[in-house]
Design a protein around this ligand. Structure first.
Ligand SMILES: [Zn+2]
Ligand SMILES: [Zn+2]
Length: 444
């Protein structure tokens, strides 16, 4: 408690003003938050910083073109419901084509091997090709060793599992096989292995700052992905996309990072092969584009549907509050840096909660403005946040959430979560130290 008060006081004394470099008016500046001006200075749409995969960047461009049209469609509740559609059928056909090509290549190589007596050259070429096909095969998604370590046991987290089971029951879906708690400011849902077991991942920094209704909305949203028939998450389609991405990466990267060997026959052959491969890479690229067009509508619809289900579980206010809290990532990063710079003493999660609780109204106004800007998306495959909020408000008749935690349940849940705080705090501090104290690499 004393830590919270100290932080609030520190924030209060630090308020200053700053001159806007664009319109020269004076704006309130806060060392813990980004400065901005009503004229638009420093108000940028929120985007993820790391470089997108080719798949994600196609996806984003498509979203900029057709996102708005999709939005008006989503205001009709009936359109949100999963049902068989032409686009779904096209996706299955596309995935089948990709898998059939892979299979045909394997069969062709085996055939070439079987006629090695008549055509030894073909057989010799088939061997490296088979090895390549094997190394580029799509893997069935699994949990890594590190991820398995993050699964919290049912016996030690009875309230968390009971809460999630209650939400799953309400949505008529099977219970989660396991819940992972990690140090990220995020949450996700996935199905792994051949049996497609369901796992929920909750980032403790995000989950710990959510109100009970927002917590319910978050789990409801993630669980919603398990029942809304999102075709990108289905194993058959998913492995087809991974296959295409693998082939594209392999073909397009050939020759790029190699020094061209000149002056001998080997160099010449190598250069010609590299050029040919880059030319052929347009085939998987074209197929990826077609694929994205076919799954775009379904997967965007799945996001709106997940939001809708999240709102049913946690109430419209919970769902809207959740999307606002998702924008507190900057607060998360800055408070983490301050915590590390001050020697990482005490409980970071208490500090984070206090920092989020003491966000000044001006920062909340900035978040509101940013999220209403076009192109503001939390991750590239999700629709723009403004559209999601608009749709949630449109279906606002849902008002109170179906699943509510009692005071006693909430206390118990918080006790359970506090058991992993120390471990995750250590991990976060190490990550931040690495970033803060990383020496710049000098290039000659
Ligand atoms: Zn200005
Ligand atoms: Zn989602």
């Amino acid at each position: 408690m004393s830590a919270n008060i100290a932080l609030v006081q520190e924030n209060k004394s630090a308020v200053q003003t700053e001159q806007c470099p664009e319109c020269h008016s004076h704006v309130a500046a806060h060392p813990n938050f980004m400065s901005w001006c009503e004229c638009g200075w420093n108000l940028k749409p929120h985007r993820q910083e790391h470089a997108p995969s080719m798949f994600a960047s196609f996806y984003e461009r498509l979203g900029q073109r057709v996102g708005k049209q999709l939005l008006s469609d989503m205001e009709v509740l009936e359109h949100l419901m999963p049902k068989p559609s032409k686009t779904k059928l096209f996706t299955i056909v596309m995935a089948t084509v990709v898998h059939a090509i892979s299979l045909a290549m394997v069969l062709l190589c085996l055939f070439a091997l079987s006629i090695y007596r008549e055509y030894p050259v073909l057989a010799i070429l088939a061997v490296p090709m088979l090895i390549l096909l094997w190394t580029q095969r799509p893997r069935i998604p699994k949990l890594s060793k590190d991820e398995k370590r993050d699964i919290v046991p049912r016996e030690q987290f009875p309230s968390l599992y009971a809460f999630s089971d209650q939400i799953a029951d309400y949505l008529h879906m099977p219970h989660f096989e396991g819940i992972l708690i990690d140090e990220e400011f995020n949450a996700s849902y996935r199905q792994v292995g051949l049996k497609q077991k369901r796992y929920l991942t909750l980032g403790l920094p995000l989950f710990s700052i959510l109100s009970p209704a927002e917590k319910a909305a978050l789990i409801g949203h993630e669980a919603g992905h398990g029942i809304n028939g999102d075709s990108t998450r289905n194993l058959y389609t998913f492995t087809a996309i991974i296959t295409l991405e693998n082939w594209f990466r392999l073909l397009a990267s050939r020759g790029e990072d190699e020094v061209l060997v000149e002056g001998n026959l080997f160099g010449l052959v190598s250069n010609v092969v590299g050029m040919l491969m880059r030319m052929v890479s347009f085939i998987p690229q074209l197929l990826i584009k077609l694929f994205i067009h076919s799954i775009y509508y379904e997967s965007q619809k799945a996001e709106y549907m997940a939001d809708y289900l999240g709102a049913k579980v946690g109430g419209t206010e919970g769902a809207i509050g959740l999307s606002r809290k998702m924008f507190c990532e900057t607060t998360f990063v800055l408070s983490g840096q301050r915590f590390v710079l001050r020697g990482a003493k005490g409980n970071y999660f208490d500090e984070l909660k206090a920092a989020v609780g003491s966000i000044p109204p001006r920062e909340i106004e900035r978040i509101r403005r940013v999220e209403m800007m076009e192109g503001s998306t939390l991750d590239r495959t999700h629709p723009p946040t403004a559209y999601r909020i608009q749709t949630l408000q449109h279906h606002a008749q849902l008002a109170p959430g179906a699943i509510q935690l009692t005071g006693e349940q909430l206390k118990q849940l918080e006790r359970e979560l506090s058991a992993v705080e120390a471990k995750l705090q250590e991990r976060l501090v190490n990550l931040l130290k690495e970033k803060l104290y990383k020496k710049p690499i000098h290039q000659g």
